[in-house]
Structure formats: C-alpha cells, structure tokens
Design a protein around this ligand. Structure first.
Ligand SMILES: [Zn+2]
Ligand SMILES: [Zn+2]
Ligand SMILES: [Zn+2]
Length: 465
C-alpha cells in the first residue's frame, strides 16, 4: 500500500478513537469548580499525538522502502516535465512492513499529562483551545480542544458574590469536644472552620473568601458531646520509673490509636500538662483523675480519666498486648507449669505447658492495657530461667559491621528479632564484625555476672537499622 493513501484513513485502529481529518484533537477533562475559581493550572491526562516507532528515523528503513518508480525522489521526469510520482504520491517511499500500531499513518493518539490553565471565566461544557497542542504534520500544528466538565458544580451555589458550599461537613462527638478545626477550600485558598457545641447545625461564614470580595458559607452537622463529657481510659508506661511527673493527654497510650509505646515526661509549666503525684504507686494499679476526661458540652462538666500505670523499663507493647518481662519463674513453678501473680489487688493463677521452652511468652490473661471500662488487652509473661540468665540474640544483617545495643531489647522486639535481655549491664554495647559472614555465625560470650550470652548473626535483610 502507498503511504499517502494510508494517511487518508479517518480512524486509528490502535486507540479506537475517531480523528478528524484536520489536525485538531478534541478531548474533554473533568475539573473541580474551586480549581476554576482559583485560576489553577492543573495537570491532566489528555489526548496527544505521538510519533509512531515506524516513523522514528532509527527504524524507518525497517518499515519503508524507497519508492522503486521514482527511486526515492518523489517526482519523475516525463518528456522533460517534472511530475509527482504516481506510485508513492510524492512521499518517496512505499510500505515494506505493515505497522500494526498506526496502520502506517505515522502517529497515533495517546493520553499524556499536560498542564491545563484554568480561569474563573470558564463555564461548564465550555471548550478551551490550547493552540498548537494538536497533531503535528510536516510543520503544521493543530489545536487541542478540551470540553470542560465541572464535576462538582452541584455542590456550590452563588448568590451575589457569596459562594455557598452545599455539602454538609460532619463532625463527630470527639471532634466537637476537642474543637477540631477542619479545612475547606475556598476561592481564596484553604480556610479553617471553628465550631462550637451549641446546636446540631452551624452555618459558618468565612469573610472575603467568596467571589470578588464576597463571603464563603459552609454548614456543619455536629454530633453533640454529652452534657457531662465521656470518661477516658488510658495507659501510661513510665520507662524512667519516675514517681512525680507531668503528662499531656496526647502522651497517654490509647489502645485504639496508639501514639507512643513508652512515654517520657518532662516537668513543664504548661497548663496543658497534667501533674500527677504518684507516690507509693506500683504497676498494675488504676488511678482515677477527676475532671480530666473528655470535655463536656457548654455548661456541663468534663469526664474523668482512668489511668492504668506500668512502671519500669521491662514492659513492652506489641499489637496492643502488654508483655511484662519483670515476672520471674522459679524452677518449681516451671516444673509445675503454674504461677500465681498479684495484679490489681487480686491473685491471678495461670498455667502453661510444663518445661516450656525458655524465652517464650505465655498468656497470663486479659489483664494488659485498658481499652475501656470492661475490656482489657492481653498480658503476657516471658518464661526465663530463675537463676542464670541466657541471652539469645539473633540479628539479621547485610552490614559488614554493626553495633548492637544489648539492653535495647525494646528495639529488637519491634524489629521482630529474638532478643530478650534484662537490663543487666553487658557493657551495653557490643561491636561485632560481620565481615565474611556467609550464612550465620554464633558468638558465645559471658557478661560480667557470668551469664551466658549467645548471639546468632544471620545473613539477611538489614533490619537492624
Ligand atoms: Zn515514487
Ligand atoms: Zn508485520
Ligand atoms: Zn507506525
């Protein structure tokens, strides 16, 4: 087939898109109304003409032959007259190999990201023309005609120069109690809205955030908090074992939304901090702090805060379960497979398989972190020999050298590395040479108390940070 005839095709098979004979490309885009009002330039995927591989100079010879009639001149000399070659129609070449991408048209349409400049005068279904972004042929350019679809127009209403946002913004009870400031996008940018706790519905006026100096209006639907605020149940793990400290509400460990696992408190003269005198407090006690729960509604009182306190650096949290490394097992307890603990002023008896493997965890019961008044997460104890400690540490690494902080079992625990140690000082740091490590290497060491330390290095992914 001749190249020129192929150019007359009115469609491109590869994309199933109808294309006009002229060089314009017609497409449509979805936009947000606020983006128009803000005169934004948005990045959108639109149809663009792409030169096909068969017209890439590098591969052209694989797809096209020189026209045999005019020998690639495009014209022939007949009786001293120069005429356009009727075999190749002046294109100088004929198709050698059919191109299934473009049917030898030389280009096809494909979606590509371009910047589309919007402005506030654009209306829904308007067509904006981007000059020169259509098809290109022999130095000629077509235009890109984009039909604008404003997809969220029904969410807005204009009255004079005021803009009304018709979608109601929901506020949960907690958000109202905490006076959360949500953001709305206006023609003047993002604006914060402030709610009160008086009525279920509140219309908020954002001055000078509409059109041409008008205002922006938004409605809020609130779940009002109870007159008296809800009680809050939280956990706090005091790694330092301090007995007097200040804490912020955000520092409390919330089972549903854990923020931090271990908390450090610094005394600050900040009214947002809660001062607690925890003299004579031991782990596994619940203390009630009046008036420090969720805020009550206007005119009502706050809820109370119930705080479960764990003291010391041998408490770990994983999947919201609490792991207590303080619990010790005597030989007779291990042989019996039974232990009695005193928790929350109660004697708790729990059993476990006899002669259980050292350094495995056993479930004590649903006595761990507090979730609400009725529900507790699980508490686990670590089985370890009563007298002599054995430290087993496995480290997976790709490093050639590494420093292991032996007492930082908390870090290892999080990285799912078996590393159970007490806070016994092992000179704290061990520098191990990983060079030449093929699969694994075992180090047998002793700490200053004569305890055995077994460290297994396993070659693998670097999880030791
Ligand atoms: Zn020819
Ligand atoms: Zn082919
Ligand atoms: Zn092609």
């Amino acid at each position: 087939m001749e190249v020129n005839n192929l150019f007359k095709k009115t469609y491109i098979k590869a994309n199933n898109i109808k294309v006009n004979l002229d060089l314009d490309i017609n497409d449509s885009i979805d936009v947000n109304y606020i983006d128009i009002l803000r005169n934004k330039t948005i990045e959108k995927e639109v149809l663009q003409s792409v030169t096909c591989v068969c017209h890439d100079p590098k591969y052209y010879n694989e797809y096209y032959d020189k026209c045999p009639k005019c020998e690639g001149n495009g014209e022939v000399l007949i009786s001293n007259n120069t005429l356009i070659c009727n075999h190749c129609h002046g294109s100088k070449s004929v198709v050698k190999h059919h191109c299934s991408i473009c049917d030898n048209i030389g280009s096809y349409l494909s979606r590509k990201k371009i910047n589309v400049p919007l402005n506030e005068s654009i209306k829904d279904k308007d067509i904006i023309t981007l000059d020169g972004l259509g098809k290109k042929e022999k130095g000629n350019f077509g235009n890109l005609n984009l039909t604008i679809n404003i997809i969220d127009l029904e969410h807005y209403q204009i009255k004079d120069n005021d803009l009304y946002y018709k979608r109601i913004i929901p506020y949960t009870q907690k958000e109202v109690a905490n006076r959360v400031s949500k953001q709305v996008e206006t023609p003047k940018g993002f604006r914060k809205i402030n709610v009160d706790d008086k009525d279920e519905y509140q219309v908020i006026r954002l001055e000078d955030s509409g059109i041409n100096g008008g205002d922006f209006y938004v409605a809020v639907k609130k779940e009002l908090p109870p007159i008296r605020g809800n009680d809050v149940y939280a956990n706090v793990i005091l790694k330092e074992g301090l007995y007097k400290f200040y804490l912020k509400k955000e520092d409390l460990y919330d089972v549903d939304k854990p923020l931090k696992e271990v908390h450090y408190f610094k005394p600050l003269n900040d009214p947002n901090y809660l001062y607690l005198d925890l003299d004579n407090l031991t782990s596994y006690q619940v203390i009630k702090i009046n008036n420090k729960g969720e805020k009550g509604r206007h005119g009502g009182s706050n809820g109370d805060l119930y705080l479960k306190v764990f003291i010391g650096d041998k408490f770990l949290v994983n999947n919201n379960n609490l792991y207590d490394l303080n619990i010790e097992f005597s030989d007779s307890e291990l042989n019996l497979g039974k232990k009695i603990l005193s928790l929350y002023n109660e004697k708790v008896t729990f059993s476990f398989p006899k002669e259980l493997k050292e350094f495995s965890f056993v479930k004590v019961g649903s006595l761990g972190l507090i979730k609400n008044k009725l529900e507790n997460k699980d508490l686990f104890a670590l089985i370890k020999p009563g007298n002599k400690y054995l430290y087993k540490i496995s480290v997976m690494t790709n490093k050639s050298k590494g420093t292991i902080f032996i007492t930082d079992y908390h870090h290892f625990f999080n990285e799912m590395v078996e590393a159970y140690t007490s806070s016994v000082n092992l000179d704290n740091y061990l520098t191990l040479d990983f060079k030449g490590l093929k699969k694994s290497r075992v180090y047998h060491l002793n700490d200053q108390y004569g305890n055995d330390v077994v460290i297994t290095l396993i070659k693998g992914s670097d999880i030791n940070g």
